[in-house]
Every structure is written in structure tokens, then in C-alpha cells.
Design a protein around this ligand. Structure first.
Ligand code: FES
Length: 579
């Protein structure tokens, strides 16, 4: 392979000393200090964004993946160069992982821009890492390919198969309701996460892995192999080799992440019963490319797209079962009629060509045919109404059918601290048919839009077997959770959305059939209460990243991206008409 051109390899993006020749001379001198030969340095460079971290067990297999990616790059004639970025683990991030997603996307974007690379392999996995990497890579627009760490294997508790984190929540709810004791909750704590890797259900990590494959920015078959499987290592090696091939073909994110690809990803999100967080993340990724996701139009998609994948929390199985059932190929083959098959993928072939080339289907019980879906409509419904003028969502596939048409009295918690203080108070005035409302957990409110929308059932009701209630907030919910939970109420309470004026005793009506969420208070009273809200001000004592966050974060319908990171102008809106 010959010497690189000025816009490739080591010559790319020279440090500015006012003398390009000297800049390259100096760069080579330093990297030769690490023992590289001129032959190695003349190769196309495939960078590897390594998000391994001792604080991130979901990425615990990153060293093995890096080794396999490097092998693939070198077999294809490239030079692999690994670099670190921020790594975000869901349960090790204060105040929330969402608070840090945009910071990771900025780190990823700027390190791709700053360092010489002809292509980049992104190792994501835990919930916010894949969206952060795709947001950054989309903006940097260097050929990029996504790899994920893969899902963990399931464990076993007293003969019952368990996995994070749907079962984490189920066992915790049983403990709160006094159905299991402290010894048992300690015992199950050892079994819920049986290996390294991402959560074993269709939570946000699995959803984003499937979305990446549906977008065409990951190798076909790359979403489902478990973290500790040989298939996962093989995908890593092939990903490295494919990154080299992408350089010659100039397969940039802008060519792959098109409106058609975004629509495919939305369809797949609905068909897998994916996490509600996936909508926010996909909106943010698309926003970096000037593509706007229209929530109202998304609801039309949702009505047309059945849930086919029988995975927790909407169904029964775990990610390793989806892999044994043929992975996302099985799903996309089944829903082929709903996809844009001409969308380009990282292989240089179209999605349709890849599906045709995939191994044939076989009998399995994890992915249902369209004629026998888990749920006849898409898992997520978009709600509108005077309580959420900018929209709200509900994961109807994981909700209680008997509560989807419901009117009840609001029991209001002003913020997360108020909730923590009173939810288990034996004197709390609450009954099973009331509607729990939690304010101030939106993008600005908490801040960082915590996954606190899954409001716990008050202990006094849990003890009597109440397992679900209508719950409403401006926050998010883990993809591993279930229940009749209305989320992402927009605009949020902290910026003066109508949620801020709900009082205990008001009546609220939820109709999933009508896609509506209404505060049953007359218009004059609503206007008077809104007018009485104090003006929103950012504390002048704020500084640093928190100040940046509070002053530039957008609402859920814009992906909670920072306003200055979005593309300057909108070039397309999806879903488009009649697709
Ligand atoms: Fe990392 Fe669930 S906590 S994927």
C-alpha cells in the first residue's frame, strides 16, 4: 500500500505549527517513539473508540473486542489505532447517564475530528453510549461503523431464569411489597447480572443495538450476539475489516444515516417493543443530520407496525434467545414490507441485499410472524392534549390493558425529593384508581431527565397487591420497566409546561385509543395557574458543564440535544407522507 495522500492516514488534520512539513515530521517522530515502522504508518488508519472502563461492567469485554477489531483491521491491510473516550454506565452516573450523553457525544465528535483517522470503529453498549457515539460520528462525518459489547447472559435464582433489569425491578417491587425478605433480595442480587455485557432484555441498550443495525451503521447480525460469545468476537473482527473497506468506498455516516434509514430504525424500534428512550436518542441522532422526527407522524407508523419480538419487558424471552432465533435478520425479514430495502449499509450493499443474503429462517418462538404478533400495534403510542401540548408517550405494549382508558384523581408529587419523602407514608391519601403525577424530572428539572417516570406503587397499596397505576411525569423510564406510565410530557414542568400546574385532586383522563392526555380543569383556570408560575431563571451561581447543560438542553421532542449541537437547518422530516 502506497504513501497516504494529504487528506488521509497520518497526514490528516495536522497540528497547526504554521509549517505542514514540520507538523508531519514531528507527528511521525513521536509515533515512532512507540515503535511503529514507516510501512505501518503508510497504511490507512482505522481508529477504535474504546469505551472500556472499570466503572462500566456493561463494557467489561472491551479488551477482547479491541483485540479482535485490531486483528480484522490488520488482516485487511489497515493500521488500527485505539483511543479512549468517556464511558457512561447507567448505574454509575450521577445525576443520570442522560445528563452525560451529550458530553460523550461532544468528546466522540471532537476526538474524531482532532486525530488522524480514515475510519472509526465505535465500541458502544450501555444505554447512552451508542446514541452518544452515533450523534458524534454523524456530525464528524468520517466513515464510521458501530460495534456493541453485546448483552449479558441470564442467571438463575432458585431455579428461575433471571436477568437485568426487568427482573431487578420485579424482585425489588416484591421486596417493597413484603412478598420476599431481605435474605432473598440479597441472594437474587448475585444472580441478576450473570456476566459482563449489557442488560439482557429489550431495554435501551438492546434497543439501541437493534436501531444501529436497522440504520445500516452496524454489520448485519451485529446487534444480538451475547457479550461473552464467540459470535461477538467474530463480529468485532469483521467490523475491523469492514472499516478498512469503508475507507475506499467513502461510506460516511451522511450516506448511511438517511431519512429512509431513520424510518427503518423507527419501524424496527416499534416492532421489537423497544425502549421509549430509543425515540429520544434517534431524534437526537437524526437532528445532527438535519433530519426532524415528527412525533405525530410516528404515531401513524406505530399503528401500522406490530410488535413481533417476544422479549421482556413486553414479552417473555431474553436477548440471548433473540440471537439463537437468528437475531435482527429474523425480525427485519418478517417486516420486510414495511422497510426501505434500498437503504445503504456499512457493507456498501443495501438492506434488502443483506436480508436476501442472510441465512434462511427456521422454526423458533422468539420472533412472531406479522400474522400472529405479540401486540397488534407498535409498542409506543404518542399522546397529545392540554397536559402535553408538545406530546408525551406511553409504552402500550408494556402497559396494563385495563388502565389504558382511565380517568382518575391526581395525586401530585412536586419533585423527586417530595416523592421519596411521601410515597411510602402510611398516611398518604392515595387509592388504587388515582393517577400518580411526578413533576420536575424533565431534561432541565432534575436535571438530566432521570428514569424516575416509573413511579413506585405506594407501599400501602403494594401491600394489598396493587401492581400498576396510571403514572405521569416529564421524565423517562428504563427500557427494562413496564406499567401504565406516561412519559416525556412536553414541555416539562421546570420550564412552565402545564404539568407544573397540576394539583392533587384535579382529575386527569388518559385515553390511549384516542391518543390523548387531558387535565380536566377549565381553560380559564389553567390560564390563571400558568400565569401565576414564577419565571424560569438559571441560578447565576451555576458554572461549568451544568451551566452549559441548563442553558442549552432541548426538550424530549428535539432529542434532548444541546441546541448548538444540532444541524443548523432541517433538511428532511420523517416519517414522510405515505411511506
Ligand atoms: Fe448498562 Fe443496562 S446498565 S446496559
Amino acid at each position: 500500500m502506497g504513501e497516504n495522500s494529504k487528506s488521509s492516514g497520518l497526514r490528516k488534520g495536522l497540528t497547526n505549527y504554521g509549517d505542514e512539513g514540520f507538523s508531519l515530521f514531528l507527528r511521525k517522530a513521536f509515533i515512532k517513539g512507540a515503535g511503529y515502522t514507516d510501512d505501518a504508518l503508510s497504511r490507512p488508519i482505522v481508529a477504535i473508540a474504546n469505551t472500556g472502563s472499570a466503572y462500566n461492567p456493561c463494557h467489561g469485554n472491551a479488551p477482547q473486542l479491541v483485540e479482535a477489531i485490531k486483528r480484522g483491521v490488520m488482516l485487511a491491510g489497515g493500521l488500527p489505532v485505539e483511543f479512549p473516550t468517556i464511558s457512561i454506565a447507567e448505574s454509575f452516573s450521577h445525576p443520570t447517564s442522560m445528563y452525560l450523553r451529550n458530553l460523550m457525544s461532544m468528546d466522540t465528535e471532537e476526538m474524531i475530528r482532532a486525530q488522524p483517522m480514515d475510519a472509526v470503529v465505535l465500541i458502544g453498549g450501555c444505554d447512552k453510549t451508542v446514541p452518544a457515539q452515533l450523534m458524534g460520528a454523524a456530525a464528524a462525518n468520517v466513515p464510521a461503523i458501530q460495534l456493541v459489547t453485546g448483552a449479558m447472559l441470564t442467571g438463575s435464582h432458585r431455579g428461575e431464569r433471571v436477568g437485568a433489569c426487568t427482573d431487578c425491578r420485579r424482585f425489588w417491587a416484591s421486596f417493597r411489597g413484603d412478598q420476599i425478605d431481605a435474605a432473598e433480595i440479597d441472594a437474587v442480587n448475585n444472580q441478576l447480572v450473570a456476566t459482563v455485557g449489557t442488560c439482557s432484555v429489550m431495554g435501551t441498550a438492546s434497543t439501541m443495538a437493534c436501531i444501529a443495525e436497522a440504520l445500516g451503521i452496524m454489520l448485519p447480525g451485529g446487534a444480538s450476539p451475547p457479550a461473552v460469545s464467540a459470535d461477538r468476537i467474530r463480529i468485532a473482527e469483521r467490523t475491523g475489516a469492514q472499516a478498512v473497506a469503508m475507507i475506499g468506498a467513502n461510506l460516511t455516516p451522511a450516506r448511511i444515516l438517511t431519512p429512509k434509514a431513520i424510518e427503518n430504525a423507527l419501524r424496527v424500534l416499534l416492532a421489537i417493543g423497544g425502549s421509549t428512550n430509543g425515540i429520544i436518542h434517534l431524534t437526537a441522532i437524526a437532528g445532527r443530520l438535519g433530519i426532524k422526527i415528527d412525533l405525530a407522524a410516528l404515531d401513524r407508523f406505530a399503528r401500522e407496525t406490530p410488535v413481533l419480538v417476544d422479549l421482556k419487558p413486553s414479552g417473555q424471552h431474553y436477548m440471548e434467545d433473540l440471537h439463537r432465533a437468528g437475531g435482527l435478520n429474523t425480525v427485519m425479514r418478517e417486516m420486510k414490507a414495511l422497510l426501505h430495502l434500498d437503504a445503504l449499509t456499512v457493507t456498501g450493499r443495501t438492506l434488502g441485499e443483506e436480508l436476501d443474503a442472510a441465512p434462511p429462517g427456521f422454526a423458533q418462538d422468539v420472533v412472531r410472524p406479522c400474522s400472529k404478533p405479540i401486540f397488534p400495534q407498535g409498542g409506543i403510542a404518542v399522546l397529545q392534549g392540554n397536559l402535553a401540548p408538545g406530546g408525551a408517550i406511553i409504552k402500550q405494549s408494556a402497559a396494563n390493558p385495563s388502565l389504558m382508558e382511565h380517568e382518575g384523581r391526581a395525586v401530585v408529587f412536586e419533585n423527586a425529593e417530595d416523592l421519596a419523602r411521601r410515597i411510602d407514608d402510611p398516611d398518604l391519601d392515595v387509592e388504587a384508581h388515582d393517577v400518580l403525577v411526578l413533576k420536575q424530572i424533565g431534561p432541565v428539572g432534575a436535571p438530566g431527565m432521570p428514569e424516575a417516570g416509573y413511579i413506585p406503587i405506594p407501599r400501602k397499596l403494594g401491600r394489598f397487591g396493587v401492581k400498576d397505576m396510571v403514572r405521569i411525569s416529564d421524565g423517562r423510564m428504563s427500557g427494562t420497566a413496564s406499567g401504565t406510565v406516561v412519559l416525556h410530557v412536553t414541555p416539562e414542568a421546570a420550564i412552565g409546561g402545564p404539568l407544573a400546574i397540576v394539583r392533587t385532586g384535579d382529575r386527569i383522563r388518559l385515553s390511549v385509543a384516542k391518543r390523548s392526555i387531558e387535565l380536566l380543569v377549565n381553560g380559564e383556570e389553567i390560564a390563571a395557574r400558568l400565569a401565576a408560575l414564577p419565571p424560569r431563571e438559571v441560578d447565576p451561581e451555576e458554572r461549568g458543564y451544568r451551566k452549559l447543560f441548563l442553558t442549552t438542553i432541548t426538550q424530549a421532542d428535539e432529542g434532548c440535544d444541546f441546541d448548538f449541537l444540532k444541524a443548523v437547518r432541517t433538511v428532511a422530516t420523517v416519517p414522510g407522507d405515505g411511506t
